[in-house]
Every structure is written in C-alpha cells, then in structure tokens.
Design a protein around this ligand. Structure first.
Ligand SMILES: NC(=O)c1ccc[n+]([C@@H]2O[C@H](COP(=O)([O-])OP(=O)(O)OC[C@H]3O[C@@H](n4cnc5c(N)ncnc54)[C@H](OP(=O)(O)O)[C@@H]3O)[C@@H](O)[C@H]2O)c1
Length: 322
C-alpha cells in the first residue's frame, strides 16, 4: 500500500554535496529528455540512454550520451540499464493516445522493473508524472498524493508504485510536469491544439474557457530534472510548474493570434468531436503550484510564459498531426 504520508516538504534533508553519477535515462531523445540531457551533462554526469531506433541512438551519441539499445517493451534492456547505473531517470512514454491502456501498462511495467532492480540500493530513481486530476477545485500542491493506484489508473498508477519502493530502499523522486512543457519545437499538447485550430479554421476553447492549465517552459523543466537528481530526498514530489493556471480562453486567443484565426467557444457536448482525444484534457482544470519545489531546490523558472511563447511564434514553426 502506498505511503501517502510522504511529502515533499517534510522529508527533504539538508542539501548534500553534489555527486557526479552514472545515470541511466529513458526518453532521453524526447522533448523534455533531450533538454534534460544537456543539463545533466553540464552538471558532469555520465549518461547512458535507452534508444529504440537508429535515429535516436545517433542523436544521443552525437550529444555525448552512451546508448543502450532497447525498448519499453523489452524489460530486460531496462533492467540492464538500471543495474549498471548510480541513478535512473525515467522519461520515456509511448504516448499512444489511441490506446492509453497500452501506454499505461508499459509505463507501469517499466517502473516496476526499475523499482525491483534498484530495491535495496538506496539509488536515485526519478520518474515523470503529471498534475492532472490530483485535486478537485483547487491547484495541486506537492503535498497532494496521487489518487491513482493500480494498473487501470492513469499512467498505470506509476507514481504511487514508484513511491512504494521507497520502503524497499529506493530513492524515488517524482517529476510532475505541467500539462504543457512549452517551447519552440514542442510536439505535445499545445502543438496538437494549434494543429486542430488550423485544421478547423477556428481556435476553439471549451465552454466558457475559464478552466485553466498550468505551464512550464522546457528549459525550466530540464533544469528541474537535474536539480531534482542532485538534491531531492527520497519520497519527494517535485512540481515543474512555472504558471499555476492559464485560462484555456487565453490559450485559444494566443493560438488565434499566432495563426490569424478567429476564436470560438466550443460547447461542452461538442468538445470531444471538435478536439478529438485531446478534448478530454483541454476541458479539464489542470492547475498546480510549485511553492514547495521552488523553496526546496532554489528553482526559479526563467523561461518565457506560454502566452509569450505563442506570441513570439514558438508554435508557428511547429506542426503535428492531430
Ligand atoms: N511534454 C509535456 O508537456 C509533459 C507534460 C506532463 C508529463 N509529461 C511526461 O514527461 C515524460 C517526457 O515527456 P516528453 O514530452 O519528453 O515526451 P516525448 O517527447 O513524446 O518523448 C517520449 C520519449 O519516449 C521514448 N519512447 C517512446 N516509446 C518508446 C518505447 N516503446 N520504448 C522506448 N522509448 C520510447 C521516445 O523515444 P523516440 O525518440 O525514439 O521516439 C522519446 O524519447 C513523459 O512521461 C510524459 O508523459 C510530459
């Protein structure tokens, strides 16, 4: 059973001297991972990354990262990577939005494998998580445990599963990223919403557009990964959140400005058909604070806000298929 008493603010020890570590990282070729790699290398760490394709392997090698060929579906490769490292950072995710159950099952299996491999070693294990649906009617804080446990849960209940290993001698730290980790080149949620706006010829927002999304710039999220590896105590939940919540109407308006499109309210009943799979998320209030993370790690977001990024053209050079 998950120890819900674990909280960021209550367990952080005094900062230790920075350690140089051999780090095994999954998802290093991804949006957040490739920026985190730069920060981790700059901090002096030696990185080995899981790579599932020749292209990812070549890109990682070019960055000065050791490559372990493997896949989320090849748990042996994940175990080998974790065994050989002082710390593991798990950022890979299938992100198969047409089959979330498969993504969640792979996520849970990877976390289980890493946890079992690190059990009894006190080694650090940082894993990606999100802030969606952690709380109702107020922004989530680092003290809010995830309500999701078990294989059928969002992300396969992986955050709580990883925290279960704290009691088995694993130094687990959760990296809860805002629902948009934005910037030039993003192929995530905001790029998808912008692509839908272009396809529809209108930049829509759900209902009255007062539901909000937290946000963080990619550079700040990447810095937090490296800081969390260095300083966060076992059981810590870190919030990679620079902005507590931006109304979806403001996001739609900025997308409209960026692509010279009108904006429009989309009736709640029409949100699924208008936005497709991402309508579920765009219709939610996904807010979170990061006060504890800032004070615990001395982390201060420095990047542009989401609206500044949109207005500066960060998404007009990016496109994804919805
Ligand atoms: N970006 C956000 O706004 C955001 C918000 C909240 C949470 N998160 C979470 O943060 C983590 C990183 O997100 P991201 O935006 O960086 O994701 P991303 O850009 O989609 O990258 C996903 C990474 O996972 C790897 N991957 C995918 N399927 C794999 C498989 N079957 N085997 C091995 N590796 C596989 C990809 O490798 P290839 O390069 O070879 O495809 C890539 O390195 C994820 O867990 C995500 O859910 C992200």
């Amino acid at each position: 059973m998950t120890d819900v008493k674990i909280a960021a603010s209550s367990v952080l020890a005094e900062p230790e001297e920075s350690l140089i570590m051999r780090v095994f990282i999954t998802g290093a070729s991804g949006w957040i991972g490739s920026a985190a790699v730069v920060e981790l290398l700059a901090a002096g760490h030696q990185l080995t990354a899981l790579a599932r394709s020749d292209a990812s392997a070549a890109a990682l090698a070019e960055m000065g990262v050791g490559v372990l060929r493997g896949d989320l579906d090849d748990l042996y490769s994940i175990r080998v990577g974790a065994e050989d490292a002082d710390a593991v950072i798990h950022l890979a995710n299938k992100h198969d939005w047409s089959n979330p159950a498969a993504s969640n099952a792979a996520e849970r299996a990877a976390v289980q494998t890493i946890g079992e491999t690190l059990a009894g070693t006190d080694r650090r294990f940082l894993l990606a998580a999100g802030v969606a649906a952690l709380t109702q009617g107020r922004p989530a804080t680092e003290d809010d445990p995830s309500p999701f446990s078990g294989p059928e849960s969002p992300r396969g209940g992986s955050e709580n599963l990883a925290f279960d290993f704290v009691g088995r001698g694993v130094h687990t730290v959760s990296l809860r990223f805002a629902p948009t980790v934005h910037g030039t080149g993003d192929h995530g949620f905001i790029a998808t919403i912008a692509a839908i706006a272009r396809q529809r010829g209108v930049s829509g927002y759900p209902g009255d557009g007062t539901n909000r999304w937290a946000a963080v710039h990619r550079s700040d999220a990447a810095r937090l990964v490296a800081l969390g590896l260095d300083k966060a105590a076992a059981g810590t939940r870190l919030h990679a959140v620079a902005e507590v919540g931006i109304p979806t109407r403001d996001i739609a308006a900025a997308i409209g400005r960026a692509f010279d499109l009108p904006i429009a309210s989309i009736a709640p009943d029409d949100v699924p058909s208008h936005f497709g799979w991402i309508g579920t998320f765009f219709g939610m209030d996904l807010t979170a604070t990061s006060d504890a993370t800032r004070s615990l790690l001395g982390w201060t977001p420095r990047g542009p806000t989401l609206i500044e990024d949109l207005d500066a053209g960060a998404y007009t050079v990016t496109s994804v298929a919805s």
